[in-house]
Design a protein around this ligand. Structure first.
Ligand code: RET
Length: 247
């Protein structure tokens, strides 16, 4: 990758990305190790969740190595009120990660709620709209990027509605224990996912925070959305037979 950017991560940002990569790797072995303690027909949530952290570990390996980015022209007002042009590193590899992992996270939740597969597929298609509009918006240099951002936010609101209403009610019908684990993991998801467009707005979108700060912001969100969420979900399923969910 011979591309360079003026506004990019430093060695500190890289170290932080390595640290997150390590957590994702350890989590993957933990989730897949736990799968081995279960009979084969009781492992679906371990595999989905271990797959999520495995993909994230590779994405973080890329970003820690300062790969998987492309320089994008950004303009910002200088203190002398002239406009300066520079290139910012945009880590498109994030969106490849999210394209794979956010549907898996939604499957973790929607399968827990026992939702029928056509509903799950539809929510995943809307999720793909959210991720792809975010990617295109991040690569667009003009203010049209905010148009893509708006489409992505609308898609996210629809996903939130599906989780907070349709799926929550469905989960409660399956039993108190299932309703409880769905409520715990669903609430974490709503709170954490809502922070992603905020991070996007100040990083890729508005170029307000430095790429190192972007690394910390998205890194904390990814740790909550993947290993912390996954541990809660798998713990919550400890007494729930997949057969009760139609799995
Ligand atoms: C973007 C920008 C466009 C508008 C919206 C976004 C939301 C992204 C989300 C990402 C979630 C990622 C997760 C990753 C895995 O851990 C694409 C930033 C709404 C919600 C959970």
């Amino acid at each position: 990758n011979g591309a360079t950017a003026d506004i990019t991560i430093t060695v500190r940002g890289s170290d932080w990305y390595w640290a997150v990569c390590a957590v994702m790797t350890v989590s993957t072995f933990a989730f897949l190790g736990l799968a081995m303690t279960k009979p084969r027909n009781q492992r679906i949530f371990h595999y989905i969740t271990g797959g999520i952290t495995m993909v994230a570990a590779i994405a973080y390996f890329s970003m820690a190595s300062n790969l998987g980015f492309t320089p994008i022209a950004v303009e910002f007002a200088r203190s002398d009120s002239r406009v300066a042009g520079m290139n910012r590193s945009i880590f498109y590899v994030r969106y490849i990660d999210w394209f794979v992992t956010t549907p898996l996270l939604l499957m973790d939740l929607l399968l827990t709620a026992g939702m029928p597969w056509p509903s799950i597929l539809w929510v995943i298609l809307v999720d793909w709209v959210m991720i792809v509009t975010g990617l295109v918006g991040a690569l667009v240099t003009s203010s049209y990027k905010w148009g893509y951002f708006a489409f992505g936010c609308a898609a996210m609101m629809y996903i939130f509605y599906q989780l907070a209403w349709e799926a929550r009610i469905h989960a409660n019908h399956l039993g108190n224990d299932i309703g409880r684990v769905f409520l715990m993991c669903g609430t974490l998801t709503l709170v954490v996912w809502l922070c992603y467009p905020i991070a996007w707005g100040v990083a890729e979108g508005g170029n307000i925070i430095a790429p190192d700060s972007e690394a910390v912001f998205y890194g904390i969100l990814d740790l909550l959305a993947k290993p912390v969420f996954g541990a809660m979900l798998i713990f919550g399923h400890r007494n729930i037979e997949p057969a009760r969910l139609g799995l």
